[in-house]
Design a protein around this ligand. Structure first.
Ligand code: GLU
Length: 478
C-alpha cells in the first residue's frame, strides 16, 4: 500500500500555524513511508473563501519547503462529484430531504435548552411520505439533505495518536446536514460530506489532522460506510496552546505563517520548531534537524496526546542557531529584502560591502528583522547622537582626538584594518591620551553611540562609503 496523505486547508484566512504544523506532520509521514502528500483547497464556503488566502496558503507551504506531490485540487471545481454522491445516498434511502424551517429548529433548540438537554435535531422528517413532501414543497419550503445517523450506533476507530476511540451515534446531534438545497435539487454540499467524498476519490490512506476534528471523524466514518468505502487510518494531532495553556488563537496576535515570516523567522527554523510541537525525536536531545532528517525518524508513537505549548523563547533560540550557521552569502540574500522592506537605499552598496556588513552583524541576530535597527547607521547619511554619545563628545580631549584622526586619515592612500589600528595608535601617542578615550570618541563620531558592533569593522564599512570623514567633522563641530 502506498501511503497517501493530504493537507486540506480552507482559504478563509492566511495559512495558520496549526494548519502548517498539520502539514508538517503529513509531509513527514508521507516522506517517512515514501508516500504522496496531496494538497486540497477546501473552498466550499463560498462566502468566506478568498483567492488571496489561497495564494497566501500556497506561498506559505512553499516557503516552508512543504512541497506537495499532487494538487492543488479545488473543491469548488468538483461539485459534480459531490452531487453524484449525495444522489447515491438519497437513492439508497441513507439520506433524505428535510424541510424543517429555521424557526422550527430554533423552537426545538429552545425546548431542549429548557429541559437542560444538548441541542440536537430530532430527525422529524426522516420518514416523510411523498404526500407530506409534496405538501411542504407546495408551501414553498426549501430543504436540506440530511444523512441518517442511528443513535445506538457505536463508532470505533484506532487513532494513531489517541489509541482506541469510541463514539455513539447519539453523541452526534441527530441526522446530519450534508448538502443544501438548490433549484435543481441538490445544492452546496457541506464540509463533512465533501471531505469524505474527496478522501475516497483521492485514495487517502491516512487522515492526519488536528484533534478539533475528532467529532467530525466519528461522523465521517459513518459516511465512508454509507458510500461503500473503507475508512482511512486517522491520527489526531494535539492542539497548539499558548503559554497559558489555552488554544492558540487570534487573540495571541501572531498566528499565520506570513506573520512569522514578517517577524524575521527563517523558514528552516520555523519548520524545525513546528516538528517539535507535539513530536519528539527518538534522541530527545536532538533539537535541530531538517525536514528530511525528521522524516527519517518520524512516527506517531512519538506524538503526544497533550497539547503542545508554543514557546517563543525556544523558537527564537532555534532561529538564532539557523541564522548563525548560515554562510554569509546566504544570510545576505535573506537580509537584502529585509533592508529593502525597511526602505533602506542599497544603491552604491556593492555585494562585497553588504557581505562584510552581514559578517559584522550576523552573529548578533536572533531574528532577521533586527538587522534593520542594527545596520541603520550604515544606511543613513547622518548619525543620531544618543545621550551617552553626546556626553562622550563633551569629554576633555575628545574633540582634539577626533581632529587628529581626521588629519591622519587625510594622508592615507589606502584604508585597511592595519591602517585603522595604526591611526588609533598614533593618535593615542600624539595626543598623550588613554586608548579608551580615542576608541569611545571615535565610536560615537561614527555611530552616534558608545555601544555597538566591532569598531574597526564598522569604520572600514563607513570609510568604504566615504562617510567617516563627514561624521568626524560633524562630531567635531557638534
Ligand atoms: N478544511 C479543514 C480545515 O481547514 C481540514 C479538514 C480535514 O483535514 O479534514 O480545518
Amino acid at each position: 500500500m502506498t501511503v497517501r496523505v493530504r493537507i486540506a486547508p480552507s482559504p478563509t484566512g492566511n495559512l495558520h500555524i496549526g494548519t502548517a504544523r498539520t502539514a508538517v506532520f503529513n509531509w513527514l509521514f508521507a516522506h517517512h513511508h515514501g508516500g504522496k502528500f496531496i494538497l486540497r483547497i477546501e473552498d466550499t464556503d463560498l462566502e468566506r473563501s478568498r483567492p488571496e488566502y489561497t495564494d497566501n496558503i500556497l506561498a506559505g507551504l512553499r516557503w516552508l519547503g512543504l512541497n506537495w506531490d499532487e494538487g492543488p485540487f479545488f473543491q469548488s471545481q468538483r461539485l459534480d462529484l459531490y452531487k453524484t454522491a449525495v444522489k447515491k445516498l438519497l437513492d439508497q434511502g441513507l439520506a433524505y430531504r428535510c424541510y424543517t424551517t429555521p424557526e422550527e429548529l430554533e423552537a426545538l433548540r429552545e425546548a431542549q435548552k429548557a429541559k437542560g438537554e444538548a441541542p440536537r435535531y430530532d430527525n422529524r422528517h426522516r420518514n416523510l411520505t411523498p404526500e407530506q413532501e409534496a405538501a411542504f414543497q407546495a408551501e414553498g419550503r426549501s430543504f436540506v439533505i440530511r444523512f441518517k445517523i442511528d443513535d445506538d450506533r457505536e463508532i470505533v476507530w484506532n487513532d494513531l495518536v489517541r489509541d482506541k476511540m469510541v463514539w455513539r451515534g447519539s453523541d452526534l446531534g441527530g441526522d446530519m446536514v450534508i448538502a443544501r438545497a438548490s433549484a435543481d435539487g441538490i445544492g452546496q454540499p457541506l464540509y463533512n460530506f465533501v471531505v469524505v467524498v474527496d478522501d475516497i476519490d483521492m485514495q487517502i490512506t491516512h487522515v492526519i489532522r488536528g484533534e478539533d476534528h475528532i467529532a467530525n471523524t466519528a461522523k465521517q466514518i459513518l459516511l465512508y460506510e454509507a458510500l461503500g468505502a473503507a475508512a482511512p487510518v486517522f491520527a489526531h494531532s494535539p492542539l497548539i496552546l499558548n503559554m497559558d495553556g489555552r488554544k492558540l488563537s487570534k487573540r495571541d496576535g501572531v498566528t499565520s505563517i506570513s506573520d512569522f515570516q514578517k517577524l524575521g523567522f527563517t523558514a528552516e527554523a520555523l519548520v524545525n520548531y513546528m516538528t517539535l510541537l507535539g513530536w519528539s525525536p527518538p534522541d530527545s536531545t536532538q533539537e535541530i534537524f531538517t525536514l528530511e532528517g525528521a522524516a527519517k525518524e518520524f512516527s506517531f508513537e512519538r506524538v503526544n496526546k497533550a497539547g503542545a505549548k508554543f514557546d517563543w523563547a525556544k523558537l527564537d533560540w532555534l532561529n538564532s542557531q539557523y541564522i548563525h550557521n548560515l554562510p554569509v552569502d546566504k544570510l545576505t540574500d535573506l537580509l537584502i529584502p529585509v533592508w529593502q522592506e525597511a526602505g533602506y537605499n542599497l544603491e552604491g552598496r556593492e555585494r562585497p560591502w553588504l557581505e562584510q556588513l552581514v559578517g559584522l552583524i550576523g552573529p548578533s541576530l536572533t531574528r532577521l528583522v533586527e538587522a534593520v535597527e542594527m545596520s541603520k547607521l550604515f544606511f543613513s547619511d547622518t548619525v543620531e547622537l544618543t545621550e551617552e554619545g553626546s556626553k562622550q563628545l563633551q569629554q576633555e580631549g575628545a574633540s582634539a582626538v577626533l581632529s587628529a584622526i581626521l588629519a591622519a586619515l587625510e594622508n592615507q592612500p589606502e584604508f585597511t584594518e592595519p591602517t585603522a589600528q595604526e591611526i588609533i595608535k598614533q593618535v593615542v601617542k600624539q595626543q598623550n591620551v588613554k586608548k579608551g578615550l580615542v576608541m569611545r570618541s571615535l565610536r560615537v563620531a561614527l555611530t552616534g553611540d558608545v555601544h555597538g558592533p566591532d569598531l574597526i569593522q564598522s569604520w572600514l564599512l563607513l570609510n568604504h562609503l566615504g562617510l567617516d570623514k563627514a561624521r568626524l567633522n560633524q562630531a567635531i563641530s557638534s
